[in-house]
Design a protein around this ligand. Structure first.
Ligand code: ATP
Ligand code: MG
Length: 411
């Protein structure tokens, strides 16, 4: 198909044309490949532009002054021109995946073979920038028109080859809002178990992109229904409802998961440190602080009285984080914690909603003032929540015993 894409207007356009001409003069084929073609055809502006070429990596290295071999085994060379950098990859064919991620054998191939090893048809298009030709070996143009995500080849096989593609299928749908083709959806519904072999870093990157993408709500019910979240976070008890709670915090789930990874990898770092790295609004930071506290300060949940934890459970964000913390393996491994969380939860359910009023108010304690008054009220309320008292008089009596006013006069 002949169609001109607005490559020249793109910030990387000059660099792409420069690389294209250098390769072309030496008789090599060069085309824009994959996601950039897709994004241009959808009317968007791709954030990066990759080139695919018939030149071998050694030839690419020889033709350009500045190159970085970013993935030489796969034939990918970063070429620096016009103060930009562009990935240039040799056309290749791939076969027999070893470990659900890496192909056993990489062979240089034809453009057609290179298209065939890509993941989804809409990602398998090439663009010849001088002749304005779109090369479509995989039916990507039709699927782009139909707004459909379809695997190149049999979805089940492509997912078995490379398990990360499963997450990519969810992520691209969340980004593009395309429907899954039926065969792809079928495979997704059956193959989530393969995700256990995908590295945590990859999972994190994909989930972060997915949960900040415009059509994420189309995808989340499937993540739940097809056990993606249950597989990735064993022991957690995800429901669509959980997700809805978290959507009150923008970037909610991704943030939450990121927080968990952060805690596990750097237990000494504080939650505010972590949040500072993310550009969040004040409200988001507050919500995230409350929700993530049960994770970050787990050892601190041993410290406060049961009543204090119960008191905080009426805070929706704290409660959401608490509930997640309570149902995951990570917490389960902390000795004694689960029992404590369960006790707190039982008390919370016994009392509310709504949150019960304190039986004792400041006016009931004329013998106290200032900080000790505040402290007495708090402690009294927490003990009330723990069920130590039958009525107001018992609270006052307990406070009298435990909080003495600084004696106004001696003897
Ligand atoms: P974006 O950059 O927005 O994530 P993209 O389509 O450019 O989208 P990349 O991860 O940058 O995605 O990969 C570039 C291209 O390489 C894809 O369009 C696809 O053709 C191919 N590709 C990437 N990852 C895989 C994979 N795991 N299996 C098969 N092909 C892949
Ligand atoms: Mg890309």
């Amino acid at each position: 198909m002949i169609r001109e894409l607005p490559l020249a207007q793109h910030p990387l356009g000059d660099a792409v044309f420069s690389i294209y001409h250098t390769l072309n003069e030496k008789g090599h084929t060069a085309v824009v490949a994959g996601g950039a073609v897709r994004d241009f055809l959808l009317g968007g502006s791709p954030k990066d532009i990759d080139i695919a070429t018939s030149a071998t990596p050694a030839q690419v290295k020889n033709l350009f002054r500045k190159t970085v071999p970013v993935g030489q085994a796969f034939g990918v060379i970063l070429v620096l021109v016009e103060s930009q950098s562009i990935e240039v990859a040799t056309f290749r064919s791939e076969s027999s995946y070893r470990d659900g991620r890496h192909p056993e054998k990489v062979q240089w191939g034809t453009p057609e073979e290179d298209a065939a090893r890509r993941d989804f048809t809409v990602n398998g298009l090439f663009y010849e920038p001088e002749r304005h030709e779109i090369w479509d070996f995989v039916g990507g143009l039709k699927d782009l028109g139909d707004r459909k995500l379809r695997a190149i080849g049999r979805a089940v096989d492509r997912f078995s080859e490379d398990h990360l593609r499963i997450l990519r299928a969810y992520r691209f749908r969340a980004q593009l809002g395309f429907a899954w083709d039926e065969e792809l959806a079928q495979a997704l519904s059956q193959q989530s178990a393969l995700l256990t072999s995908v590295s945590r870093e990859r999972v994190r990157d994909e989930l972060l992109r997915l949960f900040t993408a415009p059509f994420r709500d189309q995808v989340v019910p499937h993540l739940v229904k097809w056990d993606v979240l249950a597989t990735l976070f064993p022991g957690s008890d995800w429901t669509v409802d959980t997700y809805s709670r978290w959507t009150s915090i923008h970037q909610e789930l991704a943030l939450f998961e990121l927080g968990r990874w952060f805690v596990r990898s750097m237990p000494q770092a504080s939650l505010p440190d972590f949040l500072r790295h993310l550009k969040l609004s004040r409200r988001q930071v507050q919500a995230a602080l409350a929700a993530l506290t049960p994770w970050f300060d787990l050892h601190n949940l041993q410290k406060p009285s049961l009543g204090e934890i119960v008191d905080r459970l009426w805070d929706e964000d704290f409660r959401a984080g608490f509930l997640e913390a309570r149902t995951t393996q990570w917490v389960n491994s902390a000795a004694g914690t689960v029992q404590r969380l369960n006790e707190a939860w039982a008390l919370y359910q016994k009392w509310g909603p709504p949150k019960p009023d304190p039986w004792v108010k400041a006016g009931d304690l004329p013998f106290l003032q200032g900080p000790s008054l505040g402290e007495a009220l708090r402690q009294g309320y927490w003990r009330q929540l723990e069920g130590h008292f039958q009525n107001r008089d018992e609270v006052v009596a307990w406070i009298r015993q435990n909080f003495t006013a600084r004696a106004p006069s001696a003897g």
